[in-house]
Design a protein around this ligand. Structure first.
Ligand SMILES: [Zn+2]
Length: 173
């Protein structure tokens, strides 16, 4: 089922998410919905908070090939290592539509998490995946990529989003 993606500015996107206590069929259903919503958007990562659910859940798929989907489900992800070396990617966000900015983050990270089946896992990531993971884990702590920009740039982006939101509302009304 497709879920509605919250758009910044929205106070929910700024909340810290709670860990999930246990993985059950409801969790799987929710993560399936998140994945479907992410693919439809389309995007390469989505955190539960972006559809208004304040739990530490993330779905990611950075595969470019439509035929070979490679979804990653992260429950209670915890970054346990970040490299000193950094890399820069132009980031966007499904909650900040149409806006992009170059963001510098640690180039590599290691992650502890629980998978779709409730098993404890560890994942070493670099490149685009490392950036995507760190972007999504930020969401779970109420942080958006625009928070890394200068106040001026950030305010400009938020202004644009507010304007766009009003236009959308006008059409609906
Ligand atoms: Zn995002």
């Amino acid at each position: 089922m497709l879920r509605k993606i919250l758009i910044e500015p929205d106070p929910i996107l700024r909340k810290k998410c709670d860990p999930l206590e246990k993985v059950n069929t409801d969790t799987k259903k929710l993560m399936d919905d998140m994945l479907e919503t992410m693919y439809a958007a389309p995007g390469i990562g989505l955190a539960a908070v972006q559809i208004g659910i304040l739990k530490r859940l993330v779905v990611i798929d950075i595969s470019k090939d439509e035929e070979k989907k490679n979804p990653i489900f992260l429950i209670n992800p915890e970054i346990i290592y970040q490299s000193k070396e950094t890399s820069v990617y132009e980031e966007g966000c499904l909650s900040i539509p149409g806006q992009f900015a170059e963001i510098e983050r640690p180039a590599e990270c290691t992650l502890k998490y629980i998978d779709y089946y409730g098993k404890k896992k560890e994942l070493k990531a670099d490149g685009l995946l490392a950036t995507c993971i760190q972007h999504e884990v930020d969401h779970l702590n109420g942080i958006l990529f625009i928070d890394y920009l200068s106040k001026l740039k950030k305010d400009m982006i938020i202004k644009k989003l507010v304007k766009k939101k009003k236009e959308i509302e006008r059409v609906i009304v």
